[in-house]
Design a protein around this ligand. Sequence first.
Ligand code: PRX
Length: 663
Amino acid sequence: MKYYNLVMTEEISEVKLPFEEKIKTKGWTYVSPKKYLELHKETLKDGFWLSLAQKLDWFKKPTIEKTEEKRFFWKWFPDGVLNMSYLCLDSNLKTRKNKVAFFWLGEDGKEKVMTYGDYYRLVNRLAYALYHKFGIRKGDAVSVYMPLIPETPAVLLALARIGAVFSVVFSGFSSQALHDRIIDSKSKLLITADGYYRRGKKILLQENVRNAIHNTDIQNILVFRRLGEGWEKGEKESFSDEILDDTSPSIYFEPEKVESSHPLFILYTSGTTGKPKGILHDTGGYAVLLYATMKWVFDASEDDVFWCTADVGWITGHSYVVFGPMMLGLTSVMYEGVPDYPHPGIWWEIIERYGVSIFYTSPTAIRMLMKYPDEYVKRYDLSSLRLLHSVGEPINPEAWTWFFEYVGGKRCPVGSTWWMTETGGVIISHTPGWKLVPLKSGTNAFPIPGCSVSVLRADGTPADAGERGFLVIDNPFPGMLLTIYGDDKRYVDTYWSRFEGKFYAGDYAIKDEDGYIWVLGRADEVIKIAGHRIGTYEIESSLVGYEGVVEAAVAGVPDEVKGEVPVAFVVLKEGVSPSQELKQKLINIVRNSVGAVAVPKDIFFVSKLPKTRSGKIMRRLMKAVFVGKELGDVSTLEDEATIDEVSKAFYEFKEELKSRSSE
Ligand code: PRX
């Protein structure tokens, strides 16, 4: 295996404790995998996380690391008292009042620069208004349906200041998805914006919001004006400028002192069955994990300019656009638009414009941008960059190499950080804690300090080096979800029961002979479309919602840019004929009920779906047929089926697809 340690000049033999040393940027120094794993062992002892937690600015510092209230329900730093808005704002005021918190750039070229002082004032006013005008109190759930505008972090911080629990719904999701999440979280207030720009078009949100709030508990809607048009004020609706005008610019709203395990937010994500899961996160554990990973994984410090390109609707946007960087008082960048609009060099232009030093993005974006001539990258001065990371899906070696060579100029390490909505922050990285481990493209590398991971066989025994198995986290860690909102049983069943007492992540992975982890992709019926997590179930249930459809199955198939895209196989009712119009109709149904991100690349009409005897649809087999795999590869595809069953289903399904496509 090739190591890319050409940029690393010096192997470190003496390594200090985390936080005490910066990763050297010129002439990278590194730690060998062996040494790292040796040091790592030391961090798995009790008390490690508590000593790190002490570094945060608590109202009351914790003295207890964790307690297990009941089996699998941990409270991290249970006697600690804090407030996330205080950590991100008040704690930064003394030294960073006029430091830029965000350089925000709109797709239309509009720019807004906000300092920590600006956010502090806005958040105090907002919190005051939310409390007095809308009666929001500690523990109340509030849905936030906002695009990436400079006010979005302020909204989240204002809610955190009150101790309310926010539930952000990605602004690209449909009104149905928004409706379901409002109902599940029992939100009384919805905070949104009039719209945003996408590829030069104005996307208006009013219709989606209006359709989403029927038969919910929503009593008020607060609207921020990004476009300044397209929202006709109606009943229960207020514009943010109106409510802010009623507050004094210097108002102070005292942050609620919350216990460490007080929930900060719910974020809905896809699972294998049923409705999306509301992943509930605490405050203190989450804050400690973010603080630690900002230091370890991102090596962030005062003079860095940080750019995480995620939307705030996903966990990456929560952790590494808003809370992680703001807790550290960093200057960050936020860009409203897509990677290649208004021109394919816009991201590189932004890096040059603001002098970005740490850049965090997704393999999908890299693959999209590497399709354009290299001139678009070369045109800009990217010498400010020093560290590059990707997230969301496995990074293929071609994308890694392009990112390393063209964007990082062979100077900057490129890592693929593995984590998920449930973990709250990065768990596996090439820059896990002390320095950098030698780079291997396509790998995720090593777990961060204080966290141990394993790759297990289906029977729970450790897989051999190079053998595919299931990725688990061996021990509880701060930042991990508290539970699935309103469904403790599902939380225990999903994460802690597959491999008794270990956190099951739902991914296939390999550990290689050097101990590097390679995450291969989901082991369940979740697909990653452009890095976004969508359950096949969600798309299927919207398809069967159409009266002419009896059954539907969705499989993720490889896509050059998006990594994976869904294709759907649909069984129609007797008397309903397949047609192009029907296909289009079904595609629109998915767009309206789940969102544009989930639209199938194609829909195939078939007479039956391949199933195991117990009735489980063999989605992996369907995918294998679709991508033209041969049966040799198929025997391992379905855990619950016999080889005979799989091969029969394989040939039948293949024949049917062939005959249908020649129809
Ligand atoms: O399959 C893994 C993949 O994304 C899943 C988690 O998705 P989500 O909760 O939406 O969070 C994404 C952003 C943290 C994981 O189960 N995944 C995430 N990062 C990587 C990855 N797969 C491979 N390499 C990664 N770096």
